[in-house]
Design a protein around this ligand. Structure first.
Ligand code: CA
Length: 651
C-alpha cells in the first residue's frame, strides 16, 4: 500500500451478505485461458456464468477504431462462453461483451488478459513464441540460500530515472539490463550497484498493468507507485519502450528478469490482488457483476483496501484466478517470489492453497505480504491473513511493523525510536531480532512460527525514507548523528533472524524532500540522486559491509524457530536504549563459534560483560568490515553512542 496511511486498525468484521451472484457459481476445471492463439485459429473464452449471451469483438488497433468483426460466443462447461476464429488473426486486439438481464455490459479485455494494447483496454492476440528474448530458454533463477536472502525493494523510476544514474533506459524494464552504468563520479549505479551492495533479491514495486499512467502520453512526466491494478497478467506498458506494441512490454520484462538472474538476483514481484483501480471498469464487474468483490450489507462495495473496493479471495473463481495468475508469472516470466499488498484482505485458506501450488512449481519460492488492511475487511478477521494469524500460513511471511516502528519511531514521526535514544522500544527490537518467533527472552507475543516468516525492516516505499524521517523526528541531531541512526537501524535489520528487507536508496541517504506519501509525486521527489552515493560513500560502504557480514555468518539466519530459541541469548545491559545478544553453538553453521552483538541507541557509551574469548571485531563505532576491523581478546563488549558492535568468536 499506497496512498492511505497503513495501520493496524481494530478489526471489526462486517460479514457481508454478498450478492446473489456469489452463490454456487460453476468454476471451470481447466485453467482459464481467454485467448489461445494457434496460428490458423484462435480460441476465445470468457467466464460469465448466468449470462444470456457473450461476444468477442476484434480490432485492428489496441485503442482506436471500431470492431472489424464481432463473433457470437457459445455457452460451454463451467460457466464459460467460447468462440473460435478460424483464420490467422495474430496482431489484432479483442474485447468481450456480456449480456445480462437484457442489457449488454460494457466492453472489457477480460479478467486474465496476458497481452494487451496501449493502456490495457483491449487484449492482444500474440504469438507467444515471439515474445522470448534470445537465450530465454536457458534463463535460470540463481541459487540463493535462505541465509543469503536480502531483499531490496525498488521502483523502476526511483532506481534509474535520475540522470545521475547514467542509465540508457531510464525508468524502464530495460534499465535493469544495463551493466557498467556509473554516476558522474564514476561510482556504480543500476545492477552493478546492487551487486556491490550485496543484496540478493530485487522486489519490484507493482510492474503488472496498472491504470493511472497514460501509456499513450509518456512524453509528459508521469509517476505512480502502481497500486492501481488493471490487467493482472500483463506487464505495465509505461515501463516498456513501446506500450502500443503488445510484444514490447512482454519481451522487455523478460529481458529484465533474464538480466537480473544472470547478475545473481532473484526477482520478487509486488502483487496487488486485494483491490482493483476501478470496480465498474474492471473485467470482474463487466463479466460477473457482484461476484469478485466483497460487499457491505447495504450493497455498497466493501473497502478494506481503502481504495474503494476489496476483492473476495474466498470465492472459488477468484481463488482460481489469483492462483493461476501467480503461476503464470512464475512459469512464463520466471518470477521467484511475491510480495502481497494488503495481504490481510486475502483469506488464509486461499493463501495456503496458493503457497502449496507455487511451491510445487519451485520449492524456493519466496512469499510474504502486508499482514494488515487499510480498513476492516468485510470478512471474519480470524479467517484472514492478518499478521497475528501468520503462524497459520504455510511458508508465507509478513512485514514486521514491530521492529520497524521500534527501530525508527512511530508512523507520526513524533520520535525517532530506539535509534533516537527513546526508551520503551527494546522489547520490540528483541522481538524483531529473534525473527518474531517464540523466545524465552522475548516478552512480545510471537506471531511467526519460523523466523523467515518475519520480514525485518526499518523502511519501505510507504511513508518517509529514513533520512527525511530523522530530520523530522530528531531535529536536534546533527547530520552525522542521523547517519549513525540510519546505520544502526539497518544493522539491526541485517543481524535479525528474520528476512531482511531494505528500501532502495537508503544506502546512499536518499531524500524524498520530506514527503511521506509520494505515490504520484514527480521524479524530482522520487528518483534517487546517485550523486548521493559519492557524498555518502561511507554509509554505502557500511551497508555493503553489513550485507557481506550476513552472507559470511549464517548464525544470523538460523531458519528455524527452535534453533533461534536455543542459540540466541540476550545479555544483561544496564541501559534502557541498548540491546546485546549472543548467538552460540554455531559449530557446523558458521565459521565463528559464536557471534556477539551490541546495539546502542543511546547517547551514552555502553559496556556489557561477555564470555572471555578471542574475537574478530566486524563492526564498531559506525564502521564495519567482513574481514574484521581488528582483533579483541577479553570479556567485554562496548559500543559508542548510536552505534553497533559485532564480534565473531574465533574457533
Ligand atoms: Ca498501464
Amino acid at each position: 500500500m499506497k496512498r492511505f496511511l497503513i495501520s493496524m486498525l481494530p478489526v471489526l468484521a462486517i460479514v457481508s451478505s454478498c450478492g446473489d451472484a456469489s452463490k454456487d457459481l460453476p468454476v471451470p476445471a481447466e485453467p482459464l485461458e481467454e485467448c489461445i492463439y494457434l496460428g490458423e485459429k484462435t480460441v476465445f473464452s470468457v467466464w460469465a456464468p448466468g449470462a444470456e449471451a457473450a461476444q468477442v469483438r476484434l480490432y485492428r488497433s489496441g485503442a482506436d477504431g471500431s470492431a472489424f468483426k464481432i463473433v457470437n460466443m457459445e455457452k460451454a462447461k463451467g460457466g464459460l462462453w467460447k468462440a473460435e476464429v478460424g483464420e490467422d488473426i495474430c496482431g489484432t486486439f479483442y474485447t468481450f461483451t456480456v449480456r445480462r438481464e437484457g442489457k449488454w455490459l460494457e466492453e472489457t479485455a477480460g479478467i486474465a488478459a496476458k497481452a494487451v494494447g496501449v493502456n490495457g483496454l483491449r487484449g492482444a492476440v500474440v504469438d507467444w513464441s515471439r515474445t522470448n528474448p534470445e537465450g530465454w530458454e536457458r534463463d535460470k533463477s540463481p541459487e540463493v540460500e535462505p541465509s543469503d536472502i536480502i531483499v531490496y525493494e525498488m521502483h523502476h523510476r526511483d532506481f534509474t530515472a535520475h540522470k545521475s544514474s547514467g542509465n540508457p533506459h531510464p525508468g524502464k524494464f530495460l534499465a535493469l539490463t544495463a551493466r557498467g552504468t556509473v554516476n558522474p563520479e564514476g561510482l556504480s549505479t543500476g545492477i552493478d550497484h546492487l551487486r556491490e551492495l550485496g543484496v540478493t533479491c530485487v522486489q519490484l514495486l507493482p510492474s503488472t498493468d496498472y491504470a493511472t499512467i497514460d501509456e499513450a502520453a509518456l512524453d509528459c512526466p508521469q509517476y505512480n507507485w502502481g497500486y492501481d491494478p488493471q490487467n493482472y497478467n500483463a506487464p505495465e506498458g509505461s515501463y516498456s519502450t513501446n506500450p502500443f506494441d503488445p510484444y514490447s512490454r512482454i519481451r522487455e520484462f523478460k529481458q529484465m528478469v533474464q538480466s537480473l538472474h544472470e547478475a545473481g538476483f532473484k526477482v520478487i514481484l509486488d502483487v496487488v490482488y486485494n483491490h482493483t483501480f476501478s470496480a465498474s471498469k474492471s473485467g470482474f464487474e463487466r463479466t460477473v457483476p457482484g461476484y469478485f468483490y466483497r460487499f457491505n450489507e447495504d450493497g455498497s462495495f466493501a473497502n478494506g483496501s481503502g481504495c474503494g473496493n476489496e476483492t473476495a479471495s474466498e470465492k472459488g473463481m477468484f481463488r482460481k484466478f489469483m492462483t493461476e495468475s501467480l503461476q503464470w508469472w512464475m512459469t512464463e516470466y520466471h518470477i521467484d517470489g511475491f510480495r502481497f499488498d494488503l495481504m490481510a484482505i486475502h483469506d488464509i485458506a486461499t493463501m495456503n492453497y496458493i503457497s502449496e501450488r507455487l511451491h510445487a512449481i519451485s520449492p524456493d519460492v519466496i512469499l510474504y505480504g502486508e499482514g494488515w488492511a487499510a480498513m476492516a475487511p468485510a470478512y471474519p478477521a480470524e479467517k484472514l491473513s492478518f499478521k497475528d494469524n501468520v503462524a497459520q500460513l504455510d511458508r508465507i511471511g509478513a512485514f514486521s511493523d514491530n521492529i520497524r516502528d521500534a527501530l525508527r519511531g512511530p508512523l507520526d514521526c513524533s520520535n525517532a525510536g530506539f535509534v533516537g535514544g527513546i526508551e520503551g522500544n527494546v522489547p520490540n527490537v528483541i522481538f524483531g531480532l529473534v525473527g518474531g518467533v517464540s523466545h524465552p527472552d522475548s516478552s512480545v507475543p510471537a506471531w511467526a512460527a519460523e523466523p523467515l516468516q518475519h520480514v525485518s525492516y526499518a523502511s519501505c516505499h510507504d511513508d518517509h525514507c529514513l533520512r527525511d524521517r530523522f530530520e523530522i523526528a530528531a531535529p536536534e541531531a546533527s547530520e552525522a548523528e542521523r547517519i549513525r541512526m540510519v546505520k544502526l537501524a539497518q544493522t539491526a535489520v541485517l543481524v535479525s533472524q528474520g528476512l531482511p528487507f531494505l528500501y532502495n536508496g537508503e544506502e546512499v541517504y536518499r531524500s524524498k524532500q520530506g514527503h511521506k506519501n509520494t505515490y504520484n509525486m514527480p521524479d524530482q521527489v522520487n528518483a534517487i540522486d546517485w550523486n548521493l552515493k559519492s557524498r555518502y560513500k561511507d554509509l554505502f560502504d557500511y551497508c555493503a559491509a553489513l550485507c557481506a557480514i550476513r552472507h559470511a555468518h549464517h548464525g544470523f539466519c538460523l531458519t528455524d524457530g527452535t534453533s533461534v530459541a536455543e542459540k540466541v541469548s540476550f545479555l544483561k545491559v544496564d541501559n534502557p536504549c541498548a540491546v546485546a545478544f549472543s548467538i552460540n553453538s554455531l559449530e557446523g553453521i558458521d565459521s565463528a563459534k559464536s557471534l556477539v552483538v551490541l546495539l546502542n541507541g543511546s547517547k551514552e557509551p555502553v559496556k556489557v560483560d561477555i564470555p572471555h574469548g578471542s574475537y574478530v571485531v566486524l563492526c564498531s563505532d559506525a564502521e564495519a568490515s567482513v574481514d574484521g576491523l581488528g582483533a579483541y581478546t577479553g570479556s567485554m563488549i562496548s559500543a559508542d553512542p548510536i552505534s553497533a558492535t559485532i564480534l565473531a568468536q574465533a574457533e
